[in-house]
Design a protein. Sequence first.
Length: 160
Amino acid sequence: MSKEAKTNALRMLDRLKIDYVPHTYTCEEFVDGTRVADMLGQPRGQTFKTIVTASKNGKNYVFVLPVDRELDLKKCAVVAGEKSLETVHVKDINALTGYIRGGVSPIGMKKLFPTFIDISAQEYEKIFVSGGRLGLQIELSPDDLLKACSGTFAEITFNV
């Protein structure tokens, strides 16, 4: 990728000397993660989305989970040490993270929020997450993602 095309996520991975593979796709507007996985031929369970939440006192938390699963907000609150959490409204995502809907990467946000990655990520050698803009996915190891976002593996989705 050319230098000017790098996102905060890619710059952070470069700075940390973490190996990754960028994958691009044509996208003019938001499409959900399952569609992105299908467009790139990535397994849905191996492709992860990023959801930002807030507690009643305004503290934010980031959760990274497979695109074909849903957050269990009760489990999320427990791992975050909060009574309850709710997802942040789409209109507030850019101001909070520096990214837009559909391009939110758990890596390189404006501020480092406590980040929890679904334990299912540990089943794979490589996973895919947003690269920080529409049309860009990053392939990297779950442990490297953990390092890049100072995250924690946790059970955060509904049992299937």
